[in-house]
Design a protein around this ligand. Structure first.
Ligand code: B12
Ligand code: SF4
Length: 336
């Protein structure tokens, strides 16, 4: 390439690599960033200690890359051709969050991001500093995605793109290049409150504010040890994550679906009922967890969740024991 590397060159290359959207935000002191501290102080991060530990760095990307001028933000659609959990007539189905059905996005998108950065380095006439992250770094991804025009932060706290909806993974490259930036996305939630009303555990305490300690996603993925008694019933048939506040969102009513083989549901989880899932051997489950984002709970965490869900929907609960907490080891931290 001759001449400087431009924003439109980067966006075109991002599309070639499989990203569905790409925008550029200034590495600036965006007002939404400051809410993070208050969120932590209110106890909304629960036991996610890594969020406290990295709070200084999460306050501004220039704490991570001091020379940062821009943040190249991407979105990748992971939605696939399967009904929503709220459409399921069978209450015994094991509910697994859509993002976790296929391959681990850290691996798949991480490789695409590495390739984008390699290409940028090869194409830029001058060297630059950069770091790429996909849910792995001390950065408030949604705030930068909003300022890159990818989508607005909805009342359910998810980034919603007007064409793609919110079934998107975010990933970004923080860099020292001075690139043309995009206009921030405008809030289009309006007066709609469907997500707040639909959340079965009232985890969305007000628009844009989520108390993780009540969120099924946190309880089934991040929380280690025994499931506290007061949260068991609210989990319903969810065995890994929760999508309800996105499923009811009108912007996801006609969300596009990805044909990327990486996100297609693995047979072990595809519309499986709780009893069948509980009867899978440790070997079968371990094999399905290989290269899956569901590795995060480890086998024992998954077994714990299945036991809680089975008790909730009263299927074969007498045949399944809760493995408890003592042998479950600490989660892998992110963001360090
Ligand atoms: C910790 C974490 C969680 C926690 C906490 C979630 C949360 N809402 O904070 C738990 C475990 C609960 C979780 C759940 C999920 N997560 Co998560 N999670 C993260 C992580 C690692 C950090 C998020 C964070 O900083 N939270 C702190 C709060 C303060 O930040 P925030 O939610 O972004 O909040 C901003 C807005 O609320 C904004 N704001 C907007 N309007 C308003 C209005 C007012 C009045 C105020 C005060 C503030 C405010 O201010 C905040 C910024 O400071 C990010 C990756 C990353 N590094 O960013 C992924 C990430 C947010 N998660 C993601 C996903 C996919 C999920 C799930 C859908 C998974 C699932 N199906 O189970 C659910 C969604 C639940 C939900 N409604 O958010 C995606 C979201 C993609 C998208 N479209 O937005 C991300 C970006 C990972 C990725 N790279 O793709 N997650
Ligand atoms: S993911 Fe589920 S539990 Fe968490 S805020 Fe959304 S609807 Fe509520």
């Amino acid at each position: 390439m001759v001449g400087e590397l431009t924003a439109s060159d980067i966006k075109a290359r991002a599309r070639e690599l499989g990203f569905d959207a790409c925008g550029i935000a200034p590495a600036a002191n965006h007002p939404e960033l400051s809410f993070y501290r208050e969120w932590l102080d209110r106890g909304y991060a629960g036991d996610m200690a890594y969020l406290h530990r990295t709070a200084d760095r999460r306050a501004d990307v220039r704490q991570v890359v001091p020379s940062a001028r821009t943040v190249i933000c991407t979105a990748t659609v992971y939605n696939t051709d399967r009904p929503y959990s709220i459409e399921s007539a069978d209450g015994r189905r094991a509910e697994i969050a859509r993002y976790a059905w296929g391959d681990d996005y850290h691996d798949v998108i991480g490789a695409r991001l590495d390739e984008l950065l390699r290409w940028m380095r090869a194409s830029s006439p001058e060297p630059f500093d950069a770091r790429g992250y996909v849910d792995t770094g001390p950065i408030q991804e949604r705030v930068y995605a909003q300022h890159a025009g990818i989508g607005w932060i909805g009342k359910n706290t998810c980034v919603i793109n007007p064409q793609l909806g919110s079934w998107i993974f975010l990933a970004e490259i923080i860099c020292s290049l001075s690139l043309e930036v995009d206009a921030p996305a405008l809030d289009q939630c309006g007066t709609c409150r469907l997500c707040l009303e639909a959340c079965p555990t009232n985890a969305l305490v007000s628009p844009g504010v989520l108390d993780s300690t009540r969120c099924i996603s946190y309880l089934t993925i991040e929380l280690r040890g025994d499931m506290p008694a007061e949260h068991r019933a609210g989990i319903g048939a969810h065995v890994y994550g929760c999508d309800i506040c996105q499923e009811v969102c009108p912007w996801n009513a006609v969300a596009p679906r990805s044909t990327d083989p990486a996100w297609q549901p693995r047979t072990a989880w595809d519309r499986v009922d709780l009893l069948t899932l509980s009867r899978r051997s440790d070997e079968e489950l371990s094999s399905a967890l290989t290269g899956s984002p569901m590795r995060r709970t480890k086998l024992q965490g998954l077994r714990r969740n299945i036991a809680v869900a089975m008790a909730n929907v009263a299927v074969g609960s007498d045949t399944v024991s809760d493995p408890g907490s003592d042998t479950v080891s600490d989660p892998p931290d992110t963001g360090d």
